[in-house]
Design a protein around this ligand. Structure first.
Ligand code: PEP
Length: 255
């Protein structure tokens, strides 16, 4: 049985003081330290040192929301995966749809970011997902496969065995409109099939669902065979909602 995983994506929200309070409210909850689940929060870069100081020694892990596609050098404003690793960062989102859309991240760049992340000893959470237009045009699978293959083509099988995939339909992110559990399961099964075709070692890759997950929708999603957890945006900014989602994952992992 694969472990369930819940990862919060705080995006560009909060202050050092509000985010510190949020961490304090989450980190010692028994659900967070349940052995059958893994919980992490991907925080703004500037909040990483404070996050580390608060979470050191707790079961709650921390991550970042992006890394540079380059190792080092004249890339003004960029932060490398190696720099993040120095601060105990365990996860990095790569290819989030907001980065693909607002920062023009190309398929190849996302593959390079995944590679830099793995080289630094950080787990890349590779975000893939179709737009509403692509879904309506019947191109959802093709889009997701293309995004996934761009990453797999940048990695050896051994490296690819380290990734986490997050299926995040763009039309469900921050819209309050979540994919239905069976609709999400269908895409997750397709992602697992695509990974397995590359190498049997990839069959157990954790595949998370992301897109307007709330406490009310979490348990049905987590009950699906190929949904190994969730990437949570808005609900991760509210300790009680985030903890309810974590409890759903822990409950599902036990049943
Ligand atoms: C996200 O941005 O990764 C996300 C899942 O956001 P939300 O839960 O707010 O839709």
């Amino acid at each position: 049985m694969r472990k369930k995983m819940v990862i919060g994506n705080w995006k560009m929200n909060g202050t050092v003081s509000t985010n510190s309070r949020l961490l304090q409210d989450i980190k010692d909850d028994p659900a967070v330290s349940a052995s059958q689940i893994e919980v992490a929060v991907c925080v703004p870069f500037l909040h990483v040192p404070k996050t580390r100081a608060i979470l050191d020694g707790s079961a709650l892990r921390w991550g970042v929301q992006d890394v540079s596609a380059y190792r080092e050098g004249a890339f003004t404003g960029e932060i490398s995966a190696d720099m993040a690793a120095e601060f105990g960062v365990l996860y990095a989102l790569v290819g989030h749809s907001e980065r693909r859309t607002y920062h023009g991240e190309a398929l190849k760049t996302v593959g390079e970011k995944a590679l830099r992340t793995i080289e630094a000893g950080i787990v890349p959470v590779v975000c893939v997902g179709e737009t509403l237009r692509e879904r309506e045009d019947g191109a959802a699978r093709e889009t997701v496969e293309t995004q996934l293959m761009a990453v797999l083509d940048s990695l050896t099988v051994q490296q690819a065995a380290c990734i986490v995939v997050a299926y995040e339909p763009v039309w469900a992110i921050g819209t309050g409109r979540s994919a239905g559990a069976s609709q999400a399961q269908e895409m997750h099964a397709f992602i697992r099939e695509t990974l397995s075709k590359q190498a049997t070692d990839l069959a157990n890759t954790p595949i998370l669902y992301g897109g307007s997950v709330k406490p009310a929708t979490a348990s049905e999603l987590f009950a699906q065979a190929d949904i190994d957890g969730a990437l949570i945006g808005a609900a991760a900014l509210d300790a009680s909602q985030f903890l309810d989602i974590i409890r759903s994952a822990a409950f599902q992992a036990l049943s």
